[in-house]
Design a binder for this molecule. Structure first.
Ligand SMILES: [Zn+2]
Length: 471
């Protein structure tokens, strides 16, 4: 058969594509659970965006389905197998500081500016147009092609959870919700708490009392702030001086405020994404390291010496015996996203552990439990999502690589990442775009944009991908 010029097919539809993308971006699809109704369980805006696509799909002659107003799909073709394209219509809140209306979809210098332009409504429309191209060309397919639309990717993934409880899992698929060329492997992500058992007070306790210590709110962020209030008796000045020397030694910012026998200390660290703790300065761990140098009451001393022994300057889990590394997905990483202590609650450590695809997570958990047990600490898993990996030599990865290479004229370097993409909710799925190598990642930031040129290039690749994966 004649070869199809995918770029040309996209260009023929360019004007309408831009108009539809703008209309779609103008829907303020931020989750709004406070105003939820049975017809709009995550709020009006998100629902409107889902219905916008489903209506469009119906009008264009696809089979469409609304799954509990949380997700939906648009399908074409016949066949046993399904090629899935996983997208989402919800966006994170717009935030402040925009140069133009975040839901205006204004075009300046070849870029379309809107919350969701990159993540993920721009690429969703690109994938939709890609389906249209394949459909309008009347190309023969042996699989069904199904765009699956989620509405809760930015929060709890209730969309895909509900969807896949009810609907078939695609045989293979891709998610246009991360980076080009292809993300084929993602680390496992395991969030857990290490809890100190309650204090058993018997004798009069000697030492400085840690009244309240807190740092961090989220597992997946390096905390940039820690605060502690100490009952220091008459040692206030001395501890303050030690603290000043500590800040000097480690070159971190902090403050102290002494009021009678109560001393408040603060440390300012540097925030970073939890997938690479080395990119930040963990305020909580600095504070714990300092507290471990003081003469604390026994229960507090046990907690801070534990934190210090197992987690200080050790983001790879070496002290716990949890370290591992593999060629494709790298190191185990441990981010201490939350730390707290009070005499009433005891100590709590919240860890975001990421691990490579060849990791024996069950064995690691056993290893961790044995250390915790010796130290009278308990483990409580908060959430766990295993590693995600599609074989480099699979039909899916090989086909997408060849499309990327032929259309872009450059090698498709396969990516393995520590983060989790939407593709992991597919059994055999990879992330395929939309952010091109070298482009600034402005997802979730003010003035989010997407180059129209990039959206068009992505559309051409998605169209060829749909055809070659489903023919
Ligand atoms: Zn996204």
């Amino acid at each position: 058969m004649t070869t199809i010029n995918w770029t040309e097919e996209v260009n023929k539809r360019k004007e309408q594509f831009i108009k539809d993308t703008q209309a779609f971006l103008r829907i303020k699809s931020v989750m709004d659970e406070e105003n939820a109704t049975p017809e709009a369980p995550l709020g009006k805006g998100v629902q409107e965006a889902l219905q916008f696509l489903l209506k469009k799909g119906e009008k264009d002659g696809y089979k469409v389905k609304d799954v509990e107003h949380l997700a939906g799909h648009i399908e074409m073709g016949e066949g046993e197998d399904i090629l899935g394209i996983l997208c989402h219509v919800d966006v994170v809140p717009e935030g402040d500081g925009w140069s133009s209306d975040p839901f205006g979809a204004e075009i300046r210098d070849g870029k379309i500016y809107a919350r969701g332009a990159l993540d993920d409504k721009g690429p969703t429309m690109a994938a939709y147009y890609a389906m249209n191209i394949v459909k309008e060309l009347g190309l023969p397919l042996s699989k069904r092609v199904r765009m699956i639309i989620g509405t809760d990717e930015e929060s709890d993934w209730r969309c895909v959870d509900t969807y896949f409880e009810k609907e078939e899992m695609p045989t293979l698929g891709f998610a246009p919700d991360a980076d080009f060329p292809i993300i084929f492997a993602e680390k496992g992500i395991w969030d857990y708490y290490i809890n100190q058992r309650p204090d058993v007070k018997n004798a009069e306790q000697k030492g400085i009392i840690v009244d309240e210590f807190t740092s961090g709110r989220r597992f997946n962020m390096v905390p940039d702030y820690a605060k502690v209030v100490l009952a220091v008796g008459d040692e206030g000045r001395e501890v303050e001086n030690q603290f000043a020397a500590f800040l000097e030694k480690y070159q971190v910012k902090g403050n102290s405020a002494l009021a009678g026998a109560s001393l408040a200390l603060e440390i300012e660290g540097v925030s970073a994404h939890g997938m690479e703790p080395k990119n930040g300065k963990n305020a909580g761990l600095y504070m714990a390291h300092f507290l471990n140098s003081l003469s604390l009451t026994p229960h507090a001393a046990a907690f801070f010496s534990f934190v210090d022994q197992y987690l200080w300057e050790d983001s790879r889990g070496n002290a716990f015996g949890l370290a591992h590394h593999d060629e494709s997905t790298g190191d185990v990483t441990l981010n201490v996203g939350r730390l707290s202590y009070s005499p009433e609650q005891g100590g709590q450590i919240g860890i975001n552990q990421r691990y490579p695809v060849t990791y024996e997570q069950k064995a690691a958990e056993e290893q961790l439990l044995s250390i915790l047990d010796e130290n009278s600490f308990e483990l409580k898993t908060d959430s766990h999502s295993g590693p995600h990996h599609v074989d480099k030599d699979s039909f899916l990865v090989k086909t997408l690589s060849s499309i990327y290479e032929s259309q872009m004229g450059e090698k498709a370097e396969l990516l393995a990442i520590g983060g989790g993409t939407y593709a992991r909710s597919l059994e055999a799925g990879v992330a395929f775009g939309p952010l091109f190598p070298g482009r600034e990642d402005i997802a979730h930031q003010k003035d989010e944009y997407m180059y129209i040129e990039d959206l068009l290039k992505a559309t051409a690749m998605y169209a060829e991908a749909i055809y070659r994966l489903a023919k």
